[in-house]
Design a protein around this ligand. Structure first.
Ligand SMILES: Nc1ncnc2c1ncn2[C@@H]1O[C@H](COP(=O)(O)OP(=O)(O)OP(=O)(O)O)[C@@H](O)[C@H]1O
Length: 445
């Protein structure tokens, strides 16, 4: 369970599951004129599944956005943590008058997701959207999800929330439609992804997680099911139903997430944003090997594996995976949360830089993929001529200082930094679907 609620003098009452949009709108008005960084809804975000709330704060949105390189624009004014006018709210009747609800495109623990098409003449009626129905009796999930999606809106890696409607039993979240499906579907289709594709996915995931963490949000349910893709293949983080806002240094205590992706410290009930990096490390393992690193035929067995299994990076299954990728996974799946890489560190890891830096990475990639464990032979003249011919690439400016677009640096750093520890104990677990006891409603499968 989360920490016990702390009472704030003069604070609005905590959000309740039965709260309507009108209640939330009046709370939003109450927010205006008060400290814009405080959020009554954020109080509810600390708990889940009806758990007691904790007072939560978040860093100044505009500052974090500015530091993330976003210009002030649409949606910034609503970063006060309450439903704001930029996200339209209304009754279900209005939903039906503005949108045609179409086919179901997804189904989650709490409800279904359908395509909805704006009717002619409706505001923003030029496009299709996804409409997620969330029952009001699902605890504070809907309020938390709406509040956090608004708090994060404006980042290209976060699904944009357009409108929220309600009837007596259900909230309807109208959001940006991700036509490329889920990352999970891509993995199911491909089996394993190429290192290039996996690096691109992890880079985009880390960019959005870095933003979430700067905004004081821990997602807590990072997994391939919750990573959606646009038609163009860009990544969008979705499903903020378990996300919470934390202040600097604040620890969470409630066990929440999907068992196979949970960090060991979640099981100990003392954790923060580092859990998202662990989960992303599990995702990277799945992308490169097509299997989960910590498996078992029951939730307890999975938890035991998370606490004890040492990955054997020298075993046969890793042979086709580069040393750099193994190095990154080992640092993301570090059981010591305080030494685990942060999102910004992952973005600077040589494996990510290698696939990100400049067009000639393709040359090295081909060369390297023939023998992943070998030190790449670098033809410096070839690198230079490649850089000179790619004038459209801003990171290749031909200067001596920028020598070889940083790729040689990245590789050199990579080669010297790789430290794969000797194989330790490993345990074989049988992968099996996991059924959770109904009482553990904060867990996801
Ligand atoms: N914006 C969207 N665009 C396209 N498809 C979506 C969108 N949002 C959700 N989906 C689809 O609906 C499914 C369920 O959505 P979501 O994960 O948000 O619901 P949930 O009830 O919170 O699910 P879970 O039980 O996985 O936590 C997703 O896996 C995805 O396939």
């Amino acid at each position: 369970m989360e920490q016990a609620p702390r009472k704030r003098k003069g604070a609005p009452p905590a959000c309740s599951a039965a709260r309507s949009l009108q209640d939330m709108a009046s709370r939003k008005r109450a927010c205006r004129g008060s400290d814009p960084q405080r959020s009554p809804c954020a109080d509810a975000a600390a708990g889940h599944g009806g758990a007691p709330a904790v007072v939560m704060t978040a860093p100044a949105a505009s500052g974090a956005l500015a530091s993330a390189g976003f210009l002030p624009g649409r949606g910034l004014k609503r970063k006060v943590g309450c439903i704001d006018s930029a996200t339209r709210i209304g009754r279900r009747k209005r939903l039906e008058s503005e949108y045609d609800l179409g086919e179901e495109i997804g189904h989650g623990k709490f409800g279904s997701v359908r395509v909805c098409r704006a009717r002619a003449g409706a505001p923003r009626g030029e496009d299709e959207f996804a409409c997620k129905a969330l029952p009001k009796n699902a605890g504070d999930t809907a309020h938390r999800e709406v509040e956090i999606m608004q708090h994060l809106s404006g980042h290209p890696g976060v699904v944009t929330l357009t409108a929220v409607f309600e009837d007596a039993d259900t909230f309807y979240l109208v959001m940006e439609l991700c036509r490329g499906g889920r990352l999970l579907d891509e993995v199911a289709r491909e089996g394993r992804l190429s290192e290039r594709r996996a690096a691109s996915v992890i880079r985009e995931l880390m960019t959005v997680l870095k933003y979430c963490h700067e905004m004081g949000v821990v997602h807590r349910d990072i997994k391939p099911d919750n990573v959606l893709l646009t038609k163009a293949g860009r990544l969008k983080l979705a499903d903020f139903g378990l996300a919470v806002r934390v202040a600097d240094g604040q620890k969470l205590t409630g066990v929440a997430g999907s068992p196979a992706y949970m960090a060991p410290e979640v099981l100990l009930g003392n954790y923060s944003q580092e859990v998202d990096i662990w989960a992303a490390g599990v995702v990277l393992h799945v992308l490169l090997l097509g299997t989960l690193p910590f498996r078992g035929n029951s939730v307890e067995a999975i938890f035991e594996a998370i606490k004890t299994v040492e990955l054997d990076f020298h075993s046969e299954q890793w042979e086709s995976v580069s040393l750099l990728a193994r190095d990154l996974i080992s640092k993301m799946l570090n059981r010591d949360a305080s030494s685990r890489l942060a999102a910004a560190d992952v973005l600077q890891h040589p494996w990510i830089l290698f696939y990100d830096e400049c067009p000639l990475k393709a040359e090295f990639s081909n060369l390297w993929s023939t023998n992943k464990a070998a030190t790449p032979v670098i033809d410096r003249e070839r690198v230079r001529s490649c850089c000179e011919s790619s004038s459209s690439e801003p990171s290749c400016d031909n200067s001596e200082e920028q020598d070889e677009c940083g790729v040689v640096d990245a590789l050199t750093a990579a080669i010297t930094q790789v430290r794969i520890s000797e194989p330790k104990r490993s345990r074989l677990c049988i992968p099996a679907p996991v059924l959770l006891p109904p009482s553990r409603n904060a867990l996801r499968t």
